[in-house]
Design a protein. Structure first.
Length: 151
């Protein structure tokens, strides 16, 4: 099996970052591209939280979320992925699992490496990871996140 493109989806949580050593190792081993994906939740399709706000605020909020995501992706790529041959940043809007599966197809990803769950995960697999494991057309490595043991 040839691995040319590895996808690392991130939600910017500490748990997601625990997959980075695996991503780096596999990237060096196969001399592969790293595709880093962050998915912004589409707030335009949600009901109002605490009363109504003008629909004209949605584009402003989405623009802010995109700008913030771009800054975070740049920080992560500069801090952690400097030793990798090539990394490509992606930002999508929508359901994380759906967007990950779409990117696998559009970018011809060969392998996905992701944390088993996000920051709030109290189960073995988070809902996004579970959906990817069940539906991905390519191999998925789910990095287990062990609970912190108090000293």
């Amino acid at each position: 099996m040839e691995i040319k493109r590895i996808l690392w989806p991130t939600d910017f949580s500490g748990n997601a970052e625990k997959a980075i050593p695996y991503v780096e190792s596999l990237t060096r081993q196969y001399d592969a591209e790293i595709h880093v994906l962050y998915v912004i939740q589409d707030i335009a399709h949600h009901e109002s939280w605490y009363g109504e706000f003008g629909k004209n605020h949605i584009p402003e909020l989405m623009e802010w979320a995109h700008k913030s995501a771009t800054q975070r992706l740049n920080q992560i790529c500069d801090k952690y992925l400097e030793g990798c041959p090539l990394y490509i940043r992606h930002i999508a809007i929508g359901d994380p699992a759906e967007e990950i599966l779409k990117l696998i197809e559009t970018e011809k990803i060969d392998m996905v490496v992701m944390a088993s769950h996000g920051e709030k995960g109290k189960y073995r697999f988070g809902s996004v990871t579970e959906k990817i494991l069940k539906n991905s057309p390519v191999p998925v490595t789910a990095v287990p996140i062990l609970p912190d043991i108090p000293a």
